[in-house]
Design a protein around this ligand. Structure first.
Ligand code: GTP
Ligand code: MG
Length: 342
């Protein structure tokens, strides 16, 4: 199941207490202080695991508790530290405080770690308090409590290109034509109910990641259809493709206007993101749509057919050139079909 939101409780281990003890040795009437320090509590750490594609695991396992530090003991024995635990999350996980919604971390690169709850420091045993003025201190401190908090985890998947369009526009068909991802395709609206990722090869050693998301409809930002919550998955893409079914009677510029309006309602300026307008189902066009207005407005427009393959090499080339221009050198590893297998 595709799960992109979870709340978890992280509780680090408490520190162990320091203790009061004195050396007892034969022929040494007044042994010095020998109470050991307590061990530190274990931490709770979040770490990005590139093999994960959803927050499913953390959704079902809500509470993460690290081990507590052991108390110190006599003969200056330090208590053992508590065991830290690592919670694995998929790349693209945004971590917020569940109470204040403050952004705490954006975990992108595989291996990235975030200290979610710090273990409590161990207390000091009385050996620690020995000084020239006080040779036999009767003082020890307790370990500190480990941090505890509730976190909100939100997955915003990482892709280079995001497909945006009304239901039935041909988004999933295009993704399955260009990559090995196999989202379901059907001639009814809302076939796709979760995001799908595919890796599109654009050259011998080049590729980009394309994300297919559920269709948008007018009023989605007010909760119509499937709403707009899945738009978070295209929020971070560098390029948007507006897929518009040019066999429909509605003028293409009107369709584009509605799509952009919904994007804007979700996140201001999202509709200003670099984009290509892709007119789909070219094999079924009775006449070529009028794209003059779109072009006058500065949109780059291309016609394709995912069925006959018309326009697809040109589209891939355009995307590749566009991404190349804005590549910042970062690479993100995403497992193809990763959502599909679940
Ligand atoms: N003739 C023709 N039909 C197409 C083309 N691309 C997609 N279709 C058809 O359009 C219908 C919808 O395709 P999908 O790919 O499922 O559309 P979608 O945009 O993913 O739809 P949702 O998942 O509901 O948002 C299917 O019946 C496809 O076979 C095309 O290039 N030419
Ligand atoms: Mg679809």
């Amino acid at each position: 199941m595709f799960i992109d939101y979870a709340r978890i409780i992280v509780k680090a281990g408490d520190g162990g207490h320091g203790i009061i003890a004195f050396r007892r040795e034969k022929y040494v009437p007044k042994g010095g202080p020998s109470g050991g320090d307590g061990g530190c509590g274990g931490d709770v750490i979040l770490q990005v695991d590139a093999r994960l594609a959803t927050l499913q695991d953390v959704h079902y396992h809500r509470i993460y508790k690290a081990g507590r530090g052991r108390h110190g003991s006599g003969s200056n024995k330090h208590g053992a530290d508590g065991k830290s635990i690592t919670v694995r999350v998929p790349p693209g996980t945004v971590v917020k405080d569940a109470g204040t919604h403050e952004l705490l971390a954006d975990l992108v690169e595989p291996g990235h770690v975030f200290l979610a709850a710090r273990g409590g420091a161990g207390g000091f045993g009385n050996a620690h308090f020995k000084s020239s003025r006080n040779q036999s201190p009767h003082e020890a401190t307790d370990g500190q409590a480990g941090e505890e908090r509730e976190l909100e985890l939100e997955l915003k998947i990482l892709a280079d290109v995001g497909l945006v369009g009304f239901p039935n526009a041909g988004k999933s068909t295009l993704l399955s034509r260009l990559s090995r991802a196999r989202p379901k395709v059907a001639d009814y609206p809302f076939t796709t109910l979760q995001p799908y990722l595919g890796i599109v090869k654009s050259g011998e050693y080049r590729s980009f990641v394309m994300a297919d998301i559920p269709g948008l409809i007018e009023g989605a930002s007010k909760g119509k259809g499937l709403g707009i919550q899945f738009l978070r998955h295209i929020e971070r893409t560098r390029l948007l493709l507006f897929l518009i079914d040019a066999t429909l009677p509605e003028p293409v510029e009107e369709q584009l206007r509605v799509l952009r309006q919904e994007l804007e309602a979700y996140l201001p300026h999202l509709s200003d993101r670099e984009a290509l307008v892709v007119l789909t189902k070219q094999d079924a066009w009775v006449e070529a749509p009028n794209t003059e207005t779109l072009q006058e407005e500065g949109h780059r427009v291309i016609g394709i057919s995912a069925v006959s393959g018309e326009g697809l090499p040109e589209l891939v080339h355009m995307i590749d050139a566009e991404l190349e221009q804005r590549r910042h050198g970062e690479t993100v590893t995403v497992k193809e079909n990763s959502f599909y297998d679940i």
